[in-house]
Structures are given as structure tokens and as C-alpha cells.
Design a protein. Sequence first.
Lengths: 602, 328
Amino acid sequence: MTPDTPLHGAPAPMTPWTRAQWAAHLAAVDPHGLGGVLVRAWAGPVRDLWLEELTLAAGGAPLAKVPSGVDDQRLLGGLDLTATLTAGRPVLQPGLLAQADGSLLVVVMAERLQSGLAARMAAVLDRGSVAVERDGLSAVHSACTGLVMLDEGQGDEERVPDALSERCGLWIGLDGLSVRDCVAGIDVVLSPLQARHRLRLVAPASAAQVEALCATAAMFGVESPRAALFAVRAARALCASAGRTTISDADIALAAAIVLAPRATCLPPPPQDPDTEEAPPPPPEASSDTDPDSQMQDAPLEDQVLDATRAALPQDLLAALSAGAVRTASPRDVQGAGARLKSLRRGRSIGTRCGRPANGHRLALVESLRAAAPWQALRAREVAAAGREGARIHIRPSDLQVRRHESRTSSTIIFCVDASGSAAFARLAEVKGAVELVLGQAYAARTQVALVAFRGTGAEVLVPPTRSLVRARRLLSGLPGGGPTPLVAGIEAAVALGLAEKTKGNTPLILLLSDGRGNVARDGTPGRAQAAADLKDTAARTARSGVAMVLVDTARWPGQETQALAASMGARYVPLPFADGAAMGALAGSLTADAATARVPA
Amino acid sequence: MKRAILIAATDPKVGGVMVFGDRGTGKSTAVRGLAGLLPPIKVVAGDPYNRDPAELDGRSATATVPVPVVDLPLGATEDRVVGALDIEKALTKGEKAFEPGLLARANRGFLYIDEVNLLEDHLVDLLIDVAASGENIVEREGLSIRHPARFVLIGSGNPEEGDLRPQLLDRFGLSVDVRTPTDLAQRVEVIRRCDAYDHDAAGFVASWKARDKAIARQLTKARKALHSVDVPTAALETMARLCMALGADGLRGELTLMRAARACAALDGAAAVGADQIRSVAAMALRHRLRRDVLDDTGSTARIDRALDEVLGTASQMQASPHLVAAE
């Protein structure tokens, strides 16, 4: 880069590798201020090459690594037992985050981080220090750390928890690059470490510069204020790297290209282009009062920043955005919610009790030491009196403590909703009403819910088991109706989900809302006869699976046939009352009670 | 959010504040900045519980310290929260001594929990219990200790990460929702201030000192005035009618509303609680207590506004004809 040359005309598109190199450089200049780098790429030579560059930029020493399943003790710090025993007084061992103070920490397989861990890391990124309040110790360690998160996730389902990716300033993607692409270098005057010392000398960005960044962020649908802040910090790091003390407009444009472009969720309306029909409408946050304003001002800096950002949009993102796909700011947050529940389900610790660490019981070391501690002086005297050589610490079998866990089983209500044409015409609205009533009660009882809908040729799990009922409700209310009735597929999807819940230690209850008139066979072909045969088979298997089920008959005229189906599945049969608030409420009550009685003690 | 925290600081009896908000809206930053705003308190020198010298028949030496704002980190273990055997003393001297935990440190101040929904259930239950009783009772490892733990609980969370149990929400006095500013000028200002702070932290703090002091003064005055603020019967009736119209369960809502309105009046320098105060605190005191439609959280503020308009409409009519009220 030649930072003093102002940008004229449309800037050349930024290649992914250039961005990656800038990211490595900037992360090394200001590890904590920029939060680190989010690397979305599979393991491979390109990623290794980039990590090498990053290591070099950060000073050459190998970077510390955090495995994604790290525990609190290792991450945040805790009592160092060996040292404590040797020293005879408590010794605190700093965690990985504190050890990497002033440098970068690599998180491998970051897409598998549980949200509890992610929140701990996020807090450290926010504060620049780790507060240790563990094992009877209390300390604060400085931890001005940046995180390099290696995200190998696929698609939207598997990704770094939002709380962390949001706090990570630099996003790069290396997929689709080959080693041959990784030749071009970037042009900087000072090394990252030299630049780091000059960061404080750089004067704050001017109002116009900050405004240009914020306006660009708004136009690309980047909602979080953190993004613009990272862009300002990146500009400062760029300025320091060039050995200057005043941020130039070129710094701002480049910073926007590096920080803002990968976060774009929509394309800004093309300036004075006749073919605006192709352009997707700006999302509400790029609200109409900001857009015309900024266009009317016609600030050249703003255009520069905008152009630079547009030119830096990653190719795949650009394609998706021009196709009109507007990425939501927080796409289906399945992963975060699910991970959190998993961590809860590991069983909460309900203290310790005396006992030997056997039969799968884990020794509670600190508690054991605690139990032994008060007697040390006494035991030392006893040992001395008996004339034996004493160890420094006297632990008797009676001191040993083991952990106790309480694994909670929670119940999961799986709604299996018939959204086919026959149901839609008759009573889909009423079904939605009934489901909402049950949802309300499930909320109070803290049960999890899942939503399976079937129509057309197959069934779909719309909401995997979650406690976030808001999402279940939103999806339900937007559920379209119509098409044939793949009842078999619906039941099978729900039972499969129910069995999965069972293996996790939860108690599932399937709530099947249908008129029982399936007309699509298991393989998706229409035909009442084959469908009926498949249904018989599925019903028998459902009964054997042992998953509790309630069949709510939604037909206008509840019939014998559906009742027989319920019996063959071992399900409770309930005809859906006609839209009558009290009857619906009673139904919801009895269903929730069902879920409660289905609860089996672990 | 600022107002809610100031109200809770004026009258700790209001109960804690729960802050919901989008990512990156500076929830945590705002709470952590609180210590600098509040007028310092007098404590017994070296007392681990920050007790007021007046409470201890003050013969001991006193010290003036900033109001404690204790941050409860997510990885904290229970023994550090409630306090436990002092492991160092036990190891080195063979003594049984109590080492106070975070609850002791937070006495007479604030306890802040970021991401309440990620904190372990048993810790949350414990905190709520202590916050309500104002006393921490430790019965473990042969220790039996009770010490004062009066603090304002401030929680923050992101609703997208999962819901909070309604029982838990109800224990927070006030609840506020922080949104990302959508106005360009505001966003620019936020970024500029952050940038200025990055550049010269000490200078930035100095330049805002005067405003911080002004808030501290306002707060000191409000605390003094709190006991003399009058809550007229008409205002109480308005609050009761508002709660009935909204179908909020229990009396906690009304109590909180009353206390918050009084604190708000004290902050405003008003002599009595009027319609303005009720209007400004109703949403934060009630929005998390509406049980009827728990799933529809976004709509609850709007519902409160509507109910306010109805109830305050009738109330102002009544005030307009005072002899009518007198006749009743």
C-alpha cells in the first residue's frame, strides 16, 4: 500500500489473500483492541501458510492454543495443586487467557465452543483482564488478548457463537484459495511491533472520517456499533504502520474494506444507476432518513469508503447479496441455544460428599484438601509425637471428597403439526391457537419444545428442541398450509426426534396434531392405499419406540379411524374442541400435565 | 437504562435492574462505569463487609471508599460467591477462619452479573435469595456465619441466548431494554467517544469529570429527599388501577412501581409523585411482570403505554375535579 496516494476512481477489488494478510498484520499490531481474527476456513496448506504469516507478524514465537473443550480451570486459572502442596500455601496458576496477555491466542475448532465458554472469553475481550474467583482464590490478571478463532464450520448451523464473532474485529475466509494465490504481499513501512508502540501517538479520527465509516456500515446493513469501532481502530493501526500520526482518508477506506466488507448483510443502492431493479431493498436499519441524507451530502470521502468496501466484498458474499439474499444479522441461532442446554445437562454440581473416588465418582481435590486443612497442625504434632517422619501435608482417607452431580431430566414437547391442505382449509388457525396455549404453559413449566411440520412430500424439523419459545412461536405463526398429507413422514420425523431426546436423557412427549388422513406414502409418492399400509407399519413402530404421544384430532368431524390410529400407536386420543377458549385452555392444561407425568426420575 | 440504574441507586429497596439488549450496546460498560458516578461511602476501615461505622457504634477507624461495584465473573465457584474457609490460613496455620466472598464485598454497593442466563441455576437462586433478604448466611464446613449483604443486583442478558425463568425475572425490580441506536449522528458520536478514550484514556476521563460530579450530586440530593417525597393517595390509586388493567400478578409490581416512582420524583426534585413519574417508570417496573402473554415480549411495553393512557386519562379527570375526590 502507498498510504499517501489518495484513492481515485474505483479501487481494485481486494483479494481474499490480501485481506487475510492485512488481518494478520493488524491483529499483530493491536491484538486486544481489534479483538482478533475470525478465520473461516478448513484446515489445509493455505490456512497453515496464513498462520505462519501471523506467527511471524506477532513476533515469531509460537502462539498458544486453546482446545475448544477447555475447562474453566485451564482457561481462567485456578488453584495449582502441585505447587500448593509443595509450597504449603495456596498458589494460583493463571489461565491461558492471562498467559497470552498482550498477544494472540489461537482457538481451534471454534465453531464447537459452548456458549458458556464463549461468554467467558467475550467477557475477557471486553475487559482486558481475567477475574478469577475460584477455589477459594481471588485475583485479577491482566489479559489484553486477541483471539484467533479457527472456524471450520459448514453452513449457518455450525459457527462461532455470535457473542464472540461479534467481538472479533477481523473476519477472513480462506476457502477456495490455493497456495498459488498466496503470493502477493502487502506493503507496510513498519513492522507490527514497531507500529504497536506508535498506536498511542495517532490522533483520533476526524468527525467526517467516523461519519463516513458509520454511514458505510449502515448502508451495508452492519448493525452492531462494534463494527464501526473496529474499523476506526483498524484505521489507527494502519496509520501507525505507515509511521504517520494523522489518520488519512485512505486509511479509513482500507479499514472499511478490511473490517466492514465481510460483515455486509445487504448491498447499498447503486448510485444513480438506471438498473436499480436488481438491487435488493435496504433493510430497515439502513433507514430511509440516513440514506438520502448521506447521498445528498455527496461527500467524496464517503463515496471513497463506500467504493472501497464494495470492491472488497468477498466474491461469494457478493453473489449471495446480489441474488437478493439478505443475511439476517443473527441467522438461525440454533447452535448457541443448543450448546447452552448441553452444558446445563451435563448435570449441575450439588456439592461434594465423603467417599472414595471410585465407580465413576470424581475426586473433588480442593474439597478434600479443605477437609484435611484444619487438622494439619494437629496431625503434624501427632506424627511428631509418634516419632515418624511426617509429610508436609497429612491427608487421611476420611478426608477424601467426591463430587456429586444432579442430572436434570427435562421434558421436551415435540409438536408435530399437519400443515397440509386438508388441515389448512379446515382448522390450521385453530391448531395454531391450541399450540400457542400449550407453548405458554410449557414456558411456565420450563419444558423444551420442538416443532415438526409436514405437508407436501415430506416433514421438516422447523425448530430443534429449545427453550427459546419466542422462535418456535414466530415460526409457527408464519407456517404456511397446503398440499397433500405426508402423515407417515411427519410421525417418523417426530419419533426420530423423540428418540434422540431420550438418548440425551430427556423425556419426550409428541403432540401430533392431524386429521389422521395421510395420503402420501413414506417415499413421498401420492396414493392413499400405500400411505395407509405405511402408516400401519409406522404406527406399530411408534408404539414399540416407547415415546409418549398424544394425538389431537383436528378433523372437523372426529372419526373412529383416527381413534383407531391413536390406539395402534399407543397414543392418547384427544379431539380438538371447536374454537372455545375454556376448552382449549383445559386441553392445554391436560397436555402439559401429560408432559409432567411423562417425566421419569433419572 | 441510565434512569433505571439511577433509580435503583437512589432507593436500593426498588430491587435490582435487569438489562436486556442487543449486542454491542454498551450494557456492561455502562454498569462498570457506575462506581465513578456514585458518591463515596464511609466504612469501617478494613472491614470486609464495608459496614457503616454508625452500625457498629462507631468507635473504630473509618475510611471513605468508592461504592463497591462487584463484577461476578461467569466462572466463579460457589465458595467464592458466598465465602468459605480461608484455605491459606488453614494450610499455613491450621486455623479455621472465614474468608468472605463476593457477596460480602458487594455489601452496600452493586453486584453485576453479565449474561445472567448463562450463570448456573443454583448460583442464581442463591443470589436472588440473598438480595431479597439482605443477609448472607453461610453454613458450611463447620462454619456458621451471617453477615449483611445488601446490594443492588444488576443483571444483563441477551434475549436471543435463551429466556429467563419468569420467577427469576419477577425478582428484579426494574427491567429495561437497550437497543442499538439507529440514528447515524448518535452512532458517530458513540464511535468518536470510544476513539477518544482509546487515544487518551486519562484525558477523556478528566474531560467528563464535571458531568460525573453533577450526577453524583443529583444522586446525593435525591437520596436525602427520598424520605420527604409524598406519595398521594390518588397516585397510589392510579398505580393500582394500572396494575389491575394490565393483569400483573402479585403486589410486587405495585410496590416496585411505587418505590420507583418515588425515587424518580426525588431525582427530579419533585415534592410529590405525580403522573409524570408514574409514566416514566411504569414500563421498566412492569414490563417483565405481565404474565398473560409471556411469549409476546416485544408488545408488553406498548401494552403498558396503552394502559397508561387509559388509566392516566381518568386520573387526570379526577384531579381536575378535586371536590369529587373529596366527596368520595
